[in-house]
Structure formats: structure tokens, C-alpha cells
Design a protein around this ligand. Structure first.
Ligand SMILES: *Cc1c(COP(=O)(O)O)cnc(C)c1O
Length: 701
């Protein structure tokens, strides 16, 4: 189906690039100087703010995870631009110095690059700072404004003369550095939903009208030092941006690239056109006629831009791709929309006052811990739990903040790493606590209490030991938790045991509080403690550590007290590597464990036990979807391949076709619960064993 889309934001970018060309070529200069003034000194001043707003908008839309990549790419582009303009620097006899490079840009339009790098980094901090961020960005803008078009007035304020003299030691104009772009990056970041489009258009037009008066007044007062900034410019730019945001659907990558190339190349085109005019002696037409000059520069910029775009594209296709397509062999598909839905559903299922701790151990149960944690961060989740320090470090390296609790035993030798990566260790016994304390590094820890599972933790009855941990030097106890071991069962004994665990936990907390010790964050339930609330008799703690349910699946097919509306997040798929025809009596695979009884068509799938498929999958009744039809797994699963009997599958089958091991294909679904059941295990094990060597396709609808 073809739907018409308006990539308004990318068109806005292109329009902004054209306006920048206008600023540098004065299109109406030789006909109507006043109109030209309005076009280039008022209207076109919207262009650069729009660029910055687009940057802020797209960076904030993905929670600023792309900031590092943006900065690397922008720095690379800037480097290329510096090299491109070096001949003109040399021709003009001015070799750019380090100050130009880092602060003002090495050519007149290149100021934007150092400024946007600074503003993007600052924008992230300002965005995190809430309302204060907006005030600060506004204050910076006002300070810059006084050094720009309001200079003649602002300089008379006490101290401002010295201030602007100081600033001008760093930047040629207050537009160039700290003062101008951060506000627009922040406005773009904050405008994620479009306000009503009519109001935006109205605001943009009214602000533009006001800005015209403002500019005319300042010009009349001879106050203008430079004319990039006006008091009403942020309103006009926000209005224009909001209006485009409201129309926006889809994207136009070519427009996006072309706008950058036109911006980059047009000063060279001005020089080239002048050269041509001089050579052919047609200066009067090509340069002195301002409209022809503007049109010529723009056309040349577009032609060179399109050419450069093509050349770069050809270069890209000639280079081998740096990464394999993730679905080249066998892969997981992770649906972030489903993950977000589950967060909402689970928060709805939690008792009031109980927050969600996301358990993302074992690569988020095979779902890709970084992608999952980043998505959850965007949903406001700030508490994460992992099994070991290495998992926590991987999340921190990916930029995840908040609390990361290491649930398992941690070697006290890891204490400096825990500190370095701000990981919270679980104290699993009094001796463990003493060893962690003896490392002499300040650590935050949570106290594991054993309420009857007999796995990890200080026994709930050993209250002296619990109390003793609080007195150990270097350890700061920020929470106390325990773990239920029968909450997935609904039998009378299971339930009675869980309730007893809950009572012991509550008693241990009461003992600590009676000694005036603050247990901090308290938690007992995992997924099944939430799904079967009767197991805790309705007791509420500060948070619940939810793992399997977050991924939209149950451990098995057994019913629960209160099933929330969960959606499975993961599909597991693999490609057909080969199709084999066997005559009756022929065998296949290791040990020839499969023997054909009839003329048989076997599909060899490119997935094996090293990817997480149990070796005995064929013997325990495993099935796979091929073209939406259930086909039995046969023979022994190999390390990297497995065999499927596709004889009863109607139609052709060939190498490269897609098989589904978990998920939906052609109206048929293999749920994780069913597959785990066929493997004789629970989904937790099946998913946690999925190998990181599987590709990861993240869908973010
Ligand atoms: C793994 C784990 C969880 C999460 O369990 P689910 O049943 O997947 O929700 C919670 N707490 C502890 C201590 C764990 O080890």
C-alpha cells in the first residue's frame, strides 16, 4: 500500500539551507534593499535555529543515546569541511589557528560546527535539568542577545561592557559559542509532540511580525553589532518548528543529506561563480545582478551537492558493509512496543506504592540487555537488577544510570569495580559482608535475607547478623530483600510457604526498624509474586523485581491468580541453510539418529545448540514453523544446525527461507511457553540460554 507522506521536518531543513545561501548572497540586494534586508536579516535568521532544533528533537527522541554518535559524525564532517576550505584560507592568506578550529570555525559558515557540538552536549545536561534547564538556556540566550543585535543598548548596563569584551576574547560573536544554540537544541528536545498546528503557524507569523519591528527598531537605534539573535527569534523558530512537526510523516533522507551538503558547499560555489564571471567577463550579469547571483550559487550548490551525495553513496556501496545484517543466519526479533506495553500492564498490576525493578540479567533473558534497558529507561524505570558485576558494567558502559543491583554473589576482590561502576552488591552472608567491608572501598550494598529458600542471604532468624552488617565500615546499606521459592505454585502448601517467607521477611524488617536501622528499599516479589498476589497475603514492599513477566511470557502454561495483559516481546527465527531429499531407510545427522521411513524432505536450519536450542529438541517433540506450517524437529540438534522434517509442507522450500522457532508466522504461533514445555523446561531457561551470537533485530514501532 502506498500512503502519501509529508516529511516536513526534512523539508524544513532544506528550506533552512536555502535561506542560509540567501544570507550570504543577498538575493534582492540590487533591486529592493529593504526587502533584501528583511529576507536576509530577519526571515533567514530562522534557518540556523531550525537546524539546532532538529538536532535537539532527534537526539531527545531517542533519550540522547545517539549523542556520542552524533558528535563523532559531526566532528568528522567538520574535519572534512575544514580541509575543503583550507585552499580558500590559504588564498586569503590566513592560516586557521587552533582557536578558529575549536571556537569560531575556520571559515565564515563553519562556526556552526563547534557551536552545535558544544550545544548538543550542553543540551543534554539542560534537558535533564528540567525547568531549571530552560531558565538557564534562556539566560544564556539573553546574555548572547545583548552582545548581538541589542549590543548598543545592553553595553550600557553595568558590567556588560567588560563582560562582552571578555566574551569576545573567546568568540568573535556571541552567536558562535555558548549563548545561541543551546536554547534551540533544548527547545527542539522538549518539543516531541506537536502543539496544535494553527496555533504554531499563528505564533510563527506573529513572532516574525514582531521580530521585523524589533529588527527595524534596533537598526534605527544603530544598536546592532551582529544580527543573528532577536528577542522574538525563539518564539518564531519554535512556532515554525512546531508547525512542521505537526505535518511531519516519514522522512526524506536525501533532502536531509542535501541540506547539509548545500550548507557546506555554498561558500565555495560563491567563489567559483565569481571566478567564472571574471574569466568570461560577465560580472554584471552573474555577480552584480543579485537575483541571478543567488540563483546561480544555489543551483551550483544543489548540483555539486547532488553529485557529492551520489559519489559518497557509490563510495559507501563499494566499501564492504561493516556489519552483517542481523538476520543473515539466526536471530532474535525484539518488539520494544510490546516491552513498553508490558511495563504499563505490570505497573498497573503492582500494588500502590510499589515500583518496578527491571531484572535484565542474562542479556535481559536473551532479549539484548542494552536495547531493553534503554527502552525501559525511556519508560521511567530507574532500578535494574543483574546477576553479576560484568552485566552491570555493560549497562553502565551503554549509558544506563539509576540503580543497578547485582543479585548474585560478588567476589569481594571486585569491590573497586563495583565502586567504579556504581553497582550495588547484594550481601549474601555476614562473612561476605565482612570481606566486602575489608576491601576498604566505600560501597552501596543491599542485604539478602534468607527466608526459607536456603540459597543466598543471612537467615531471617539471625537478627544479630543482620544488625551487624549495618555497623560495618565502608558499607552503606540501601536496601533489604528476600526471594520467594514457591510463588509460582498455587497449591495450599506452596502458598502457605510463601506466606511464611513473607512473614519472616516482614519480621526481619521490623527488628531492624526497632533498632533504628533504616532498611532502605525493601523487596520480596519477583514476577510470580506479582502474578500470584495471594502468595504474600497482600503485603506491599517498596519495589518488585520483575524478570520473565516483563518479556511478556509466563514461566509455563500454568494459570496464575491475576494475569495482566502481557505481550510477548521476542521472536526467534533462523534461515533454511539447505534442503535434503532422503530415500526411505537413509539416515541424517549425528549418529544417524533420524532415519527416513518414507521419501523425506529435510530442512537444515542455521541454528543449533550453541544458539540455545536444546540438543534433544528433536526427541522431546520440538516443532518449528516453516511458511506458517508446524514441522517436527528430527534427529539430534548440532552445535550450529538442526534438522526439520518438511515433507508435509505444501509448496517449495529453499535455502534462505525463514523458519520461526518462537513467535508467529502466517497465522500460526509457537509461544515461548509451548516451546519451553516441549523442551521440558520453563521459558526462563529457554530464553536465558539464547546465545548473544544470535542476531538482534530491534523493532521500535
Ligand atoms: C532472576 C531473579 C528475579 C527475577 O525473576 P522472574 O521470575 O524472572 O521475575 C528476581 N529476583 C532474584 C533474586 C532473581 O535471581
Amino acid at each position: 500500500m502506498h500512503t502519501r507522506q509529508t516529511p516536513a521536518l526534512d523539508r524544513l531543513r532544506l528550506a533552512a539551507a536555502v535561506l542560509v545561501v540567501a544570507i550570504h548572497t543577498d538575493p534582492l540586494g540590487s533591486f529592493a534593499p529593504d526587502a533584501n534586508w528583511w529576507l536576509t536579516r530577519v526571515l533567514a535568521r530562522l534557518a540556523v535555529p531550525c537546524f539546532a532544533m532538529l538536532t535537539g528533537h532527534f537526539l531527545a527522541r531517542s533519550q540522547w543515546w545517539g549523542l556520542g554518535r552524533f558528535c563523532r559524525r559531526t566532528a568528522l564532517l567538520y574535519g572534512a569541511a575544514v580541509a575543503l576550505y583550507l585552499p580558500l584560507n590559504l588564498y586569503a592568506g590566513a592560516w586557521p589557528d587552533l582557536r578558529d578550529l575549536l571556537l569560531d570555525g575556520t571559515f565564515y559558515h563553519l562556526w556552526y560546527f563547534p557551536a552545535i557540538l558544544l550545544a548538543a552536549g550542553l543540551g543534554r545536561l539542560l534537558d535533564r535539568a528540567g525547568r531549571a534547564g530552560l531558565w538557564l538556556a534562556g539566560a544564556l540566550y539573553l546574555a548572547g542577545l545583548g552582545g548581538d543585535s541589542w549590543y548598543g543598548l545592553a553595553v550600557h548596563l553595568p558590567g556588560m561592557g567588560a563582560f562582552y569584551a571578555g566574551v569576545s576574547c573567546l568568540w568573535q560573536y556571541t552567536r558562535n559559542g555558548l549563548f545561541f544554540l543551546p536554547l534551540f537544541v533544548l527547545l527542539g528536545a522538549r518539543m516531541q509532540q506537536a502543539p496544535p498546528s494553527r496555533r504554531c503557524a499563528g505564533l510563527a507569523l506573529a513572532a516574525l511580525g514582531g521580530m521585523t519591528l524589533e529588527a527595524a527598531l534596533l537598526r534605527g537605534l544603530d544598536a546592532v553589532r551582529h544580527d543573528s539573535m532577536y528577542l522574538l527569534l525563539p518564539l518564531a523558530a519554535a512556532g515554525a518548528f512546531g508547525w512542521a512537526l505537526g505535518q511531519n510523516a516519514g522522512r526524506d533522507r536525501q533532502a536531509r543529506r542535501l541540506s547539509v551538503l548545500v550548507y557546506l558547499l555554498h561558500p565555495w560555489c560563491i567563489v567559483l561563480l565569481r571566478g567564472v564571471a571574471r574569466f568570461f567577463g560577465c560580472r554584471a550579469l552573474l555577480v552584480d545582478n543579485s537575483a541571478v547571483h543567488f540563483g546561480g550559487v544555489l543551483a551550483l550548490s544543489v548540483v555539486l551537492g547532488v553529485g557529492a551525495d551520489k559519489a559518497l553513496a557509490a563510495l559507501r556501496t563499494e566499501l564492504p558493509a561493516r556489519t552483517l545484517p542481523p538476520h543473515a543466519r539466526a536471530w532474535r526479533e525484539v518488539d520494544l512496543g510490546a516491552l513498553r506495553h508490558n511495563v504499563r500492564a505490570l505497573r498497573g498490576a503492582l500494588p500502590a506504592g510499589c515500583t518496578l525493578t527491571a531484572v535484565v540479567k542474562a542479556d535481559a533473558y536473551g532479549h539484548g540487555a542494552v536495547a531493553v534497558a534503554r527502552c525501559l529507561w525511556g519508560q521511567g524505570v530507574r532500578d535494574f537488577a543483574v546477576a553479576c558485576p560484568a552485566e552491570g558494567m555493560a549497562l553502565r558502559r551503554a549509558g544506563i544510570g539509576g540503580q543497578i543491583l547485582v543479585l548474585g554473589w560478588t567476589d569481594p576482590a571486585c569491590a573497586p569495580l563495583l565502586r567504579r561502576w556504581r553497582l550495588t552488591a547484594a550481601v549474601t552472608g555476614l562473612d561476605h559482608a565482612k570481606a566486602l567491608s575489608a576491601a576498604g572501598v566505600p560501597l552501596t550494598v543491599q542485604l539478602a535475607v534468607d527466608t526459607g529458600m536456603h540459597r543466598l542471604g543471612i537467615p531471617a532468624s539471625d537478627t544479630d547478623a543482620l544488625v551487624a552488617v549495618f555497623a560495618l565500615p565502608h558499607l552503606k546499606v540501601t536496601g533489604v530483600f528476600s526471594h520467594l521459592c514457591t510463588s509460582d505454585g498455587r497449591s495450599e502448601p506452596d502458598r502457605a510457604f510463601a506466606q511464611a517467607q513473607c512473614r519472616r521477611f516482614a519480621h526481619a524488617l521490623a527488628v531492624l526498624r526497632a533498632r533504628s536501622l533504616d532498611p532502605g528499599q525493601t523487596h520480596l516479589q519477583a514476577s510470580y509474586g506479582v502474578l500470584n498476589p495471594a502468595c504474600t497475603g497482600g503485603q506491599v514492599f517498596d519495589t518488585a523485581r520483575v524478570g520473565i513477566a516483563l518479556y511478556g511470557v509466563y514461566s509455563d502454561a500454568a494459570p496464575v491468580d491475576r494475569p495482566p495483559d502481557l505481550r510477548p516481546v521476542l521472536c526467534l527465527r533462523a534461515r533454511v541453510a539447505a534442503v535434503q531429499s532422503l530415500a526411505p531407510g537413509e539416515g541424517a545427522g549425528y549418529g544417524l539418529a533420524f532415519v527416513a521411513r518414507r521419501p523425506t524432505r529435510l530442512a537444515v536450519l542455521a541454528i543449533g545448540y550453541a544458539d540455545g536450542i536444546p540438543r534433544n529438541f528433536g526427541e522431546t517433540g520440538g516443532v518449528v514453523l516453516l511458511h506458517g506450517v508446524r514441522c517436527p524437529a528430527v534427529g539430534r540438534v548440532c552445535m550450529d544446525q538442526m534438522l526439520v522434517d518438511a515433507t508435509d509442507l505444501p509448496g517449495a522450500l529453499g535455502a534462505g527461507d525463514r523458519a520461526t522457532l518462537i513467535g508467529t508466522d502466517g497465522g500460526q504461533t509457537l509461544s515461548a511457553e509451548e516451546v519451553a514445555g516441549r523442551c521440558g523446561t520453563i521459558t526462563n531457561e529457554l530464553l536465558a540460554r539464547l546465545s548473544p551470537r544470535l542476531g538482534l533485530v530491534v523493532r521500535d514501532a
